[in-house]
Design a protein around this ligand. Structure first.
Ligand code: SF4
Ligand code: SF4
Ligand code: SF4
Length: 234
């Protein structure tokens, strides 16, 4: 990390802390030049989003799951804008989408008011053979501890941790059981012994976050048709 970068990061992090933003953290994970960010619910297309987002951190402040991160100084014009980092925390599609409501500039579109209207991306399974359900292996305590380490800072996160603990020793159905889309069957099913994603998957990344073998990925911004039609070669 360069001194300038370090100073900037310290500055913005301290500013965020002074502003009382819980969980505020500027990522230092070397994501320079990446363009396909997983944005928040309601985010306008990337160009319009960047034009309107004033990097105020309001969305960070209101997210009960601490799912919103701000991009690092290496990210050019996107520096300081919010993203979801699925490996750290998915978006749990909270009632009334508080992040959207908190956005003062409509960079997060206030016409998006519920999970059914969200479109962040689409989930894909990268390697069926590594799926615990497919392998008929149960979830173990270490796996759940690793997931719980993503955060237990408030009651919402503690409740999530408790629900996760209930899965120890059982068949893995984590990706489906925690999918926050209201009509879960329209987003993800496990009927074939591994996850299959469907048209209403909104790309919230909860399944990616909670998959113990990390075989789910979100393709940001893409539609189901774009991803799965292409996959089938039609
Ligand atoms: S919907 Fe909820 S979990 Fe998702 S980013 Fe917004 S506040 Fe956070
Ligand atoms: S299947 Fe559910 S949990 Fe996974 S990305 Fe889609 S909507 Fe989110
Ligand atoms: S979370 Fe889903 S994809 Fe991952 S191992 Fe469990 S059943 Fe398989």
């Amino acid at each position: 990390m360069t001194i300038n970068r370090r100073k900037f990061a310290q500055g913005v992090t301290i500013a965020a802390l002074l502003a009382g933003i819980p969980g505020a953290g500027y990522l230092m994970l070397g994501q320079a030049h990446k363009k396909d960010w997983l944005r928040l619910p309601g985010a306008l297309d990337e160009k319009a989003f960047l034009a309107l987002c004033i990097k105020c951190g309001q969305c960070v402040q209101v997210c009960p799951y601490h799912a919103v991160f701000l991009l690092d100084i290496d990210d050019g014009a996107a520096t300081g804008t919010p993203i979801i980092r699925p490996e750290l925390r998915g978006c749990y599609l909270c009632d009334l989408l508080p992040c959207v409501l908190a956005c003062p500039t409509m960079a997060l579109d206030h016409n998006v008011s519920g999970a059914e209207q969200v479109h962040m991306g689409v989930a894909v399974l990268t390697d069926k053979t590594q799926c615990l359900l497919y392998q008929k292996k149960p979830v173990n305590a270490e796996m759940i501890d690793a997931l719980i380490s993503h955060g237990t800072r408030n009651e919402v996160e503690k409740e999530l941790a408790e629900k996760l603990r209930e899965h120890v020793g059982k068949d893995c159905v984590l990706c489906r059981d925690f999918c926050p889309y209201p009509d879960r069957d329209a987003a993800i099913t496990l009927d074939g012994g591994y996850p299959e994603f469907h048209e209403r998957c909104v790309g919230c990344a909860v399944c990616q976050e909670l998959c113990p073998t990390q075989i789910i990925e979100i393709i940001p911004r893409k539609t189901y048709q774009e991803v799965y039609r292409k996959e089938r070669g039609s």
